[in-house]
Design a protein around this ligand. Structure first.
Ligand SMILES: NC(=O)c1ccc[n+]([C@@H]2O[C@H](COP(=O)([O-])OP(=O)(O)OC[C@H]3O[C@@H](n4cnc5c(N)ncnc54)[C@H](O)[C@@H]3O)[C@@H](O)[C@H]2O)c1
Length: 322
């Protein structure tokens, strides 16, 4: 099968490395209005793709079966929709979309066309985080108080300097995947605020988010792009959980993760392998993105709350089982 990578920025290297290691998908086209980024990516990995600035241009140059959507979050819905409408499978970076109606539209279109629609969820499926989730599930009984900090530094901020509410759309969405693994009760209400801290760096911004759950559980999140590496948390975050008679913490050291052979492939590579596996299943392609709709519902409420500066009810995810 042949793929067009749309968006050739920082995260594209990770995808190219994983797809080359997997070997089942050929990178047939690199699409980016910034042709220099596409050229640098191609040279670094000795690819021989078609170069294009739009999907239509790429399709005129070479046949493609799959679109890998690596554009900034506010382009995700449009790019994925266009690909599905062309009859192409879609593997997309998170978030699936910025609001629940758009995410549902993608899911319905993928189902209608029999196409794969899968979204990256590398933090919520990180093996270290899943072990922590198991500790919580075995040892604790809800309701829980969950607190997470995720303060990251970036070698290149890319789109984040110009994205509206960048921490909420780019970073907090990981925490939504993670907290849904810890607290299984439905989320009811989100309060979110995000403040640019441009006095540190143009992309710097801090978000605080509170989520209430139907069983009384509470999640508080503080995330941001900071500058000094000494202050950063691991990109998976620093997690604390307390329940009656139970407490647990997971705070991976950002300096040592994935450095040992026993750690196995990083979570993003496992996710990409699972997506490629799904593409090769016989029969109609599945739509694993359905499982991520709960995270999009939280993101939807968080973005609304940050805009109107009030708590917002979490939209209910309809049952979209086939
Ligand atoms: N899963 C993870 O751990 C992880 C980590 C980092 C980034 N991401 C996600 O990956 C995506 C890209 O992030 P990045 O860090 O590579 O950003 P980036 O800013 O470095 O790169 C984005 C690229 O997309 C290109 N682009 C913009 N609009 C486009 C369009 N309409 N068509 C084609 N190309 C377009 C830009 O020119 C740029 O080269 C984001 O959704 C981000 O949230 C995920």
């Amino acid at each position: 099968m042949k793929a067009a990578l749309i968006g050739c920025g920082a995260i594209a290297s990770r995808w190219v490395r994983s797809l080359l290691a997997d070997g089942r998908i050929e990178i047939a086209a690199l699409v980016d209005p910034d042709q220099q980024s596409a050229g640098v990516l191609s040279d670094r990995y000795e690819l021989s793709p078609a170069f294009a600035t739009t999907l239509d241009e790429a399709l005129a140059l070479t046949p493609v079966d799959i679109v890998v959507n690596l554009t900034p979050p506010d382009h995700h819905y449009r790019v994925s929709r266009e690909a599905l409408a062309h009859g192409l499978h879609v593997l997309t970076e998170k978030p699936l979309a910025l609001n629940l109606p758009d995410a549902l539209d993608l899911v319905h279109l993928a189902r209608e066309r029999g196409l794969l629609l899968a979204v990256m969820q590398n933090r919520g499926t990180d093996p270290g985080f899943l072990a922590f989730r198991d500790t919580v599930r075995v040892g604790g009984r809800p309701p829980f108080v969950v607190a997470a900090d995720s303060l990251v530094t970036l070698p290149g901020p890319g789109f984040r300097s110009s994205q509206h509410l960048p921490v909420t759309t780019d970073l907090a969405v990981h925490a939504f995947d993670q907290v849904r693994a810890l607290i299984t009760a439905p989320p009811t209400e989100v309060t979110c605020s995000e403040t640019p801290t441009g006095f540190l760096a143009p992309h710097s911004s801090i978000a605080t988010i509170t989520v209430r759950f139907a069983d009384g559980s509470l999640f508080t999140y503080r995330g941001g792009y900071i500058v000094d590496p000494l202050l950063r948390t691991d990109a998976n975050g620093d997690w604390r959980v307390e329940a009656h008679g139970f407490a647990a913490r997971w705070a991976p050291d950002p300096a040592i993760r994935h450095k040992t052979a026993e750690a196995g492939p990083p979570a993003y590579q496992r996710c990409i392998t699972a997506m490629v596996d799904a593409l090769h299943q016989p029969g109609t392609a599945p739509v694993p993105a359905v499982g991520n709709l709960g995270s999009v519902a939280l993101l939807d409420a968080a973005l609304q709350s940050a805009t109107i500066r009030r708590p917002v009810p979490v939209p209910e995810v309809p049952d979209v089982r086939p």
